[in-house]
Ligand binder design. Structure first.
Ligand code: HEM
Length: 280
């Protein structure tokens, strides 16, 4: 007779707690924390990708509230990912140096799932894809996400279906045409943000997208501060300039049109004023 299900069997706990193999010998006390935090990130990245895929399918089916619900979960997970950084800051720099050399040349730069989140959100980058050419498994997954529509692309496709002028990007466009396309998309977002009551579904979706963008950026910021606190300006194990390189990533955005629209919004757009004005 099959053994009854138990907590340990369902969640594969014995296997899970056997996956943290320290390289330092004798094992450095803080290496377990370092591995646990990174593995926890990768588990959450898996969940984030699961929700992004659900949001992509919902947008393709024109179910904006379903997509918004999945993306609001993504933003909540990302809040957790930001605070998780600070657990690593309880490690002193000298303790980290006690096992850091063994990590060479591995680096968070090679996190396949982090790159999948970037690609599927809208930040597709050939150079990143090339960096994975010696890792067949990762390259296959990244290529699939590179070729599939991103959240940004599906959002503008949804706005177009709902009567707004938000054309899809086209690699054959020249710089002027691309600028014009960007402007048309910004105006489409302005329309949504201005008429948020009439366009509540699109508005709610755009808010969950911008929250995803915001919390991902906050992770980048907290990560670079933690790295500086740990390493100063030492080079990274992945071979980059370290903090200098990471600072160049801080302005990356998944949905630049959503941010840009705020700049052009003023009280002459739509109803503007306080919705509760005049009430007792
Ligand atoms: C003591 C802890 C950590 C240190 C000192 C550190 C250091 C660095 C450095 C120096 C880089 C630049 C690339 C390189 O040359 O290696 C980097 C990139 C990166 N790290 Fe960390 N890191 C730490 C923890 C983490 C954690 C917990 C994660 C979570 C997954 C992470 C994810 C990443 C990612 C995704 C990148 C690439 C960022 C990009 O290119 O936009 N790191 N890290």
């Amino acid at each position: 007779m099959a053994e009854p299900l138990s907590y340990n069997r369902y969640l594969r706990v014995p296997e899970l707690i056997g996956l943290q193999e320290c390289l330092s010998d004798p094992a450095h006390h803080d290496e377990l924390l370092f591995i646990t935090v990174h593995q926890a990130y990768e588990l959450w990245f898996k969940q984030v990708l699961h929700e992004i895929d659900a949001a992509l399918s919902a947008m393709q089916a024109d179910r904006a509230p379903v997509a918004a619900r999945a993306l609001s979960r993504v933003a909540e997970i990302e809040k957790l990912l930001v605070t998780q950084i600070h657990v690593l800051e309880t490690m002193t720099p000298i303790n980290f140096l006690g096992f850091r050399d063994q990590l060479n040349p591995a680096s968070g730069f090679q996190s396949m799932q982090f790159r999948e989140i970037e690609f599927s959100s809208g930040l597709k980058d050939d150079a990143i894809l090339r960096a994975f050419r010696d890792d067949e498994f990762a390259a296959g997954r990244l290529r699939a996400r590179m070729d599939a529509p991103s959240l940004a692309e599906e959002f503008f496709a949804l706005l177009t279906r709902r009567g707004l002028d938000a054309p899809p990007d086209d690699p054959s466009l020249n710089d002027d045409e691309r600028r014009s396309l960007y402007g048309r998309r910004v105006r489409a977002v302005l329309e949504v943000v201005t008429h948020f009551e009439e366009r509540y579904e699109e508005y709610q979706l755009s808010e969950t997208l911008i929250a995803h963008d915001e919390f991902f950026s906050l992770w980048r910021y907290h990560h670079v501060k933690m790295v500086e606190r740990m390493l100063g300006t030492k080079k990274g194990t992945g071979g980059s300039e370290g903090v200098g390189y990471l600072k160049t990533t801080l302005d990356k955005k998944f949905f630049p049109e959503l941010w840009e629209a705020r700049t052009h919004l003023d009280s002459t757009h739509g109803a503007g004023g306080c919705p509760f004005a005049g009430r007792a």
